[in-house]
Design a protein around this ligand. Structure first.
Ligand code: NAD
Length: 513
């Protein structure tokens, strides 16, 4: 889809028109990208990717497996050894990656549209993802030629140099909830550091990654440095994770799969594995917080944004009992304004659930919450959204009050628009409840008392703590979790550290005679 400035979509009908103009030849590339070419899977197998808002088929996509993984790993290894990218100067890599960011910006509407159609997210939210993805690539491009090595403080008769070198072949395995943004968070620093990258997008959202592959070629990435293998986790994903030619697995996805990847690394070549996994994030509201209406709006947005399909969704709302009743009423009022709509309508706050499996899983959790005795205050049902075609997988904002720690809806990651409200009376109880989770990805804290804020912040076991906001972010700050939420960091200079090794060079100097 060649897009002129005049055709920038703004309204619902603009986006619908753009979706209708999607051309299978130009935009919906559905083959794998291996060794600079778009090819069918070696087996010839394909899988169907659907639009969950309408049930319509978008494309039949190449279903890669172990044969494709080994072919791509061989290509990536050769590209790495050849050095056209891995031994190029940081300045040269910067120029190519800045070109890539410019191309992504030029094509941001079609990339956003592909993500929206493929996984059901509102197109306005997908446009926000594009800004994050483009900013990420630019940030790492701009950073890479400003990083210096170190000279260790040894004695005069030696020189200890500490150099950073790329790891080799990186397999990036990503989820479907922010398809292109998660991809950018992984490939930006990996490519900037000089690695060869094989991307495995989720089988639920492969289209924007394949479109991106075309742009990497146009940007001038050397042959074999970036490849895309669509397909399933248990086939091509597992093969990449077990490959002796892959040096690093950079993963974003569920905790269960993250644990499997560590096993695969142990069974193969002890490849480096860094993981960004699931969450069940607490959002703690103290009675002294300012402007309850604003806080309630944020608390609702923290769970209902992207249909709750967000790793850092504020899915556990911990409210001081003194304000609980009034606060929950305000959250319900905010939820009412966040109903799902046609994802192609820029006014829609929520879209469709990604697929039938996830849709059913969320409805099953809701049923379980009712059975376990939590109070369903709103939502809980599948919805028929008119703007789509009535065949979509929509679930409205759902709020349970009176949730306890023993209930599944209070402990497990649902990954849908379901909020579990707990009450607490003291700061000590709030900290205990917040930390009572296998996960440690994000936590929110709302209070006007700076002493309390710092006391509680220090005690929360969480990769990030949002104080008087939810999910304010910037490319300059690292993103990642503790406990079973993962062991890596995306974004910022710190993510470059994940994609390089330290080499120590010890030089003995002859003392002066
Ligand atoms: P998932 O773990 O099912 O899949 C993630 C990716 O792993 C997909 O590409 C999938 O095909 C692949 N995969 C699955 N099984 C595999 C195997 N055996 N070997 C190799 N690869 C395999 O997760 P999902 O459903 O795509 O995404 C939702 C999860 O992602 C949630 O738990 C969410 O919290 C998490 N997530 C975390 C972050 C973060 O930054 N911490 C961000 C987004 C999503």
């Amino acid at each position: 889809m060649t897009q002129s400035i005049a055709s920038i979509p703004e309204t619902h009908s603009d986006w619908r028109a753009l979706a209708e103009r999607l051309s299978v030849e130009e935009d919906l590339e559905a083959r794998a990208y291996i060794d600079d070419s778009f090819v069918d899977a070696a087996s010839g197998e394909t899988f169907t990717t659907l639009n969950p808002a309408t049930g319509e088929t978008l494309a039949e996509v190449a279903s890669c497996d172990a044969a494709d993984a080994e072919a791509a790993a061989g290509v990536a290894r050769r590209a790495f050894e050849d050095g056209a990218w891995s031994r190029s100067s940081p300045g040269e890599r910067k120029a190519v990656l800045l070109r890539l960011a410019d191309l992504m910006e030029e094509h941001q509407h079609e990339l956003a549209l592909l993500d929206s159609l493929d996984m059901g997210k509102p197109v306005s939210s997908a446009m926000g993802d594009m800004a994050g993805a483009i900013g990420c690539i630019r940030h790492h491009a701009e950073s890479i030629d400003k990083l210096y090595g170190e000279i260790a403080p040894t004695g005069e008769d030696s020189l200890g140099l500490v150099m950073r070198e790329p790891l080799g072949v990186v397999a990036s395995i990503v989820p479907w909830n922010f398809p292109l943004m998660m991809t950018a968070w992984k490939i930006g620093p990996a490519l900037a550091a000089g690695n060869s990258v094989i991307l495995k997008p989720s089988e639920k959202s492969p289209l924007s990654a394949l479109r991106l592959a075309k742009l990497t070629r146009e940007a001038g990435l050397p042959r074999g440095v970036f490849q895309v293998l669509p397909g399933f986790g248990h086939t091509v994903g597992k093969a990449l994770a077990l490959s002796m030619d892959v040096d690093c697995l950079a993963f974003t996805g569920s905790t269960g799969v993250g644990k499997q990847l560590m096993q695969y690394a142990g069974q193969s070549n002890l490849k480096k594995v860094f993981l960004e996994c699931g969450g069940k994030s607490p959002n703690v509201i103290f009675a002294d917080c300012k402007d309850l209406d604003r806080v309630a709006e944020h608390a609702a947005g923290a769970i209902f944004h992207n249909q709750g399909e967000v790793c850092i969704a504020g899915s556990r709302l911990l409210v001081e009992n003194a304000i609980r009743e009034v606060f929950v009423d305000k959250v319900l009022a905010a939820a009412e304004r966040m109903q799902p709509g046609d994802p192609l309508d820029p006014a829609s706050f929520m879209g469709a659930m990604v697929d039938q499996t996830q849709y059913q899983r969320v409805l099953d959790y809701i049923r379980q919450g009712v059975e376990e005795g939590a109070t369903l205050r709103t939502g809980g049902q599948a919805l028929n959204v008119g703007g789509a075609n009535g065949q979509g997988l929509f679930i409205g904002p759902t709020v349970f009050d009176g949730v306890t720690e023993s209930m599944a809806i209070g402990r497990e990651e649902i990954f849908g628009p379901v909020l579990a409200v707990f009450g607490f009376d003291t700061e000590e109880e709030a900290v205990r409840l917040a930390n009572d989770s296998d996960y440690g990805l994000a936590a929110g804290l709302w209070s006007q008392d700076i002493d309390r804020i710092m006391r509680v912040t220090r005690r929360l076991r969480s990769g990030q703590v949002f104080v008087n906001n939810w999910a304010d972010m910037d490319q300059t700050v690292p993103f990642g979790g503790v406990k079973q939420s993962g062991n890596g960091r995306d974004k910022s200079h710190h993510s470059l550290e994940e994609y390089s090794d330290l080499k120590t060079v010890w030089i003995s100097l002859t003392p002066s005679p």
